[in-house]
Write a protein that binds this ligand. Structure first.
Ligand SMILES: Nc1ncnc2c1ncn2[C@@H]1O[C@H](COP(=O)(O)OP(=O)(O)OP(=O)(O)O)[C@@H](O)[C@H]1O
Ligand SMILES: [Mg+2]
Length: 241
């Protein structure tokens, strides 16, 4: 057992639920949905944290409007997350100050382990994790260290992604991971039957929103239809539990 496993368990002891947003395919909307969910759960009255674990290409800070070049992190018995619109936020970008970090194989494993073991979360109802795309066994191995971790699978109804969503969900279930459900992004409800066939909860769909990118650029994701859809999903998937 890696000694950091016990450290990680301790770091997460102040967090009630940890939920990773994941997909096997890249570019399906994980980062936007994780950030919007964090802001929505906060709006619904919860204490929320967000951890970007996409160590090679972190982007959550862009959606949350954090400039890693001008953001200092405080180190004291670990690293304190920064505050982003009422959400406790930690990202590899805060360490690299926005510069790219070309990592490979074992280095990715180590970087994730390091993030999990140094971050000193406050008392949180939800810690949401923006997972890297194409989650390999290696990433899943590290995520196993997180106690009570739940997954939300993000998928789009594109014919190119449905099959990978099915395989990925099956992979998680076969690994014994807790799958809270599946969110259909840029769709209108067509993945509900896929969920039924796999015995996975369908959490709802988010339509394509042509305003999303501009709103992110202007730091006002909360004003979008995208956000309203995510908030509804959060209300039914998390808030009621
Ligand atoms: N519902 C939507 N409507 C319109 N555009 C969307 C929607 N969801 C996501 N996008 C856009 O799709 C692009 C990819 O989104 P995002 O970066 O969140 O995906 P990702 O799954 O995190 O990607 P990666 O796998 O590279 O981390 C972004 O430009 C985002 O603005
Ligand atoms: Mg992403």
């Amino acid at each position: 057992m890696d000694p950091r496993e016990a450290v990680i368990r301790d770091r997460f002891s102040s967090v009630r639920r940890v939920v990773a947003f994941a997909s096997s395919k890249g570019g399906v909307g994980k980062t936007c949905i994780t950030c919007a969910s964090a802001l929505a759960l906060k709006e619904l009255g919860h204490r929320v944290g967000l951890l970007d674990l996409d160590v090679t290409n972190p982007t959550a800070h862009i959606v949350l409007g954090i400039d890693p070049k001008s953001t200092e992190i405080e180190e004291e018995k670990g690293v304190k997350p920064v505050e982003a619109r009422g959400v406790e936020f930690m990202s590899p970008a805060l360490f690299t100050h926005g510069e790219p970090s070309p990592l490979r194989g074992g280095e990715i494993h180590d970087a994730i382990l390091e993030m999990l073991s140094v971050t000193r979360w406050g008392s949180l109802d939800y810690l949401l994790i923006d997972a890297p795309p194409g989650m390999s066994d290696e990433v899943l191995d590290v995520l196993r260290y997180i106690p009570r971790l739940e997954f939300v699978v993000v998928a789009t109804p594109s014919p190119l992604s449905i099959d990978s969503a099915r395989r990925f969900t099956k992979f998680l279930l076969d690994e014994g991971a807790r799958v809270l459900g599946l969110v259909e992004n840029m769709g209108s409800g067509s993945l509900e039957s896929l969920c039924k066939s796999m015995g996975v909860r369908y959490l709802g769909y988010i339509p394509f929103d042509p305003e999303l990118d501009r709103a992110i650029e202007e730091g006002r994701i909360e004003s979008t239809r995208f956000y309203a859809s995510v908030r509804e999903i959060c209300r039914s998937a998390f808030h009621s539990l």
